[in-house]
Design a protein around this ligand. Structure first.
Ligand code: ATP
Ligand code: MG
Length: 320
């Protein structure tokens, strides 16, 4: 079956290893045999902060990250919210399909509120999962390769699609979630690796920066290194990272390190990550910012054509 694949990222900072093993690796694989859209979710930056910050710089960085990991602009449509008014307009009918109670019990939204530095929680924080339904359904997405935190959001999309189809006409497919090898990669503090939580290893970090970040990673004082997700989340996170980069089991790596302690663990992780990132860094160095921006311009034009068609279909189904 040929899928229409939709995923995206908020331009809040550089992409990291959590993104790679959570969703980017799947995108690189799927781009060859499926129709693929990748969204620079610029409007969703302001869900958990007052201002979009260095949005243009972050967008350019995101584009460079996409190209550096091997997304091929000839195969993938890369586009941004703020350039596609027809996509955003889908939010209106879609919001009418969900209840306040459903919006309020979303566990990912609750977690993001807990980590937000805003004084008050905005309406967008509660409604952006429905905006995400518009992202996925504007192109009639059937497959959504994302990390585990996106599970509840994909459920919202499935609900919106089903309810729209029942209430009006069968316009939308009900999309499936596709988890990556690491549905939630831990960051350097043992919690979910996140752009905004200061615990990430960016794909664009140099070898020295990577070594410095790992040096500061949190571990514990037990010398014997073991893989224990529950009792030793920080150590387990580092072992998982090394395992993913080396294509090996974290338990095996722990056994090899044995009584080498945190120092040996960090050395192993640093070497594994640096070796893994080397080809990505090389590709990144060969791409200009102008080139990256042009990819977005062309992607926006293509995505907009698709959004206009879907919005027309939605209006017709609703009788407008
Ligand atoms: P922010 O802190 O700004 O929310 P983020 O690191 O959570 O940034 P997003 O842009 O929210 O990144 O997420 C982009 C995609 O990457 C989503 O599909 C999400 O599930 C996935 N993802 C993000 N962090 C991880 C992680 N630590 N492990 C696996 N997947 C992840
Ligand atoms: Mg996030």
């Amino acid at each position: 079956m040929r899928h229409t694949v939709l995923t995206g990222d908020r331009p809040t900072g550089p992409l990291h290893l959590g993104h790679y093993f959570g969703t980017l690796a799947n995108r690189v694989k799927l781009q060859h045999d499926h129709t693929m859209y990748v969204l620079v979710a610029d409007y969703q930056v302001i869900t958990d902060r007052d201002l979009p910050g260095e949005i243009q710089r972050n967008i350019t960085g995101l584009l460079l990250d996409y190209l550096a990991i091997g997304l091929d602009p000839a195969k993938v449509t890369i586009f941004q919210h703020s350039a596609i008014p027809e996509l955003n307009q889908l939010l209106l009918p879609f919001l009418s399909l969900v209840s306040m109670a459903e919006l309020q019990r979303n566990p990912t939204v609750k977690d993001e509120i807990a980590h937000s530095s805003q004084k008050a929680v905005s309406g967008l924080m509660f409604t952006y999962p429905v905006h995400q339904a518009a992202d996925i359904l504007f192109c009639k997405g059937t497959l959504v390769p994302v990390g585990k935190d996106q599970g509840p959001h994909v459920e919202v999309t499935r609900l919106v699609a089903r309810r729209f189809n029942e209430r009006y006409a069968p316009v939308f497919p009900v999309p499936e979630l596709l988890l990556g090898e690491a549905p939630v990669l831990r960051g350097l503090d043992g919690g979910k690796m996140s752009k905004s939580r200061g615990n990430a290893i960016p794909l664009s970090a140099t070898a020295d920066e990577t070594a410095a970040l790992i040096r500061k990673a949190r571990t514990d004082s037990t010398r014997l290194i073991t893989f224990d997700e529950v009792e030793r989340p920080e150590v387990a996170g580092l072992l998982t990272m090394a395992g993913l980069c080396l294509g090996r089991s974290p338990v095996e790596i722990a056994d090899e390190i044995g009584y080498g302690g945190a120092a040996q663990l960090k050395k192993t992780v640093t070497e594994a990550v640096n070796e893994f990132l080397a080809p990505i860094r090389r590709r990144r160095a060969g791409i200009s910012e102008t080139e990256a921006r042009e990819v977005l311009r062309q992607g926006n034009a293509h995505a907009r054509e698709q959004a206009i068609l879907t919005l027309d279909e939605v209006r017709a189904a609703m009788g407008f």
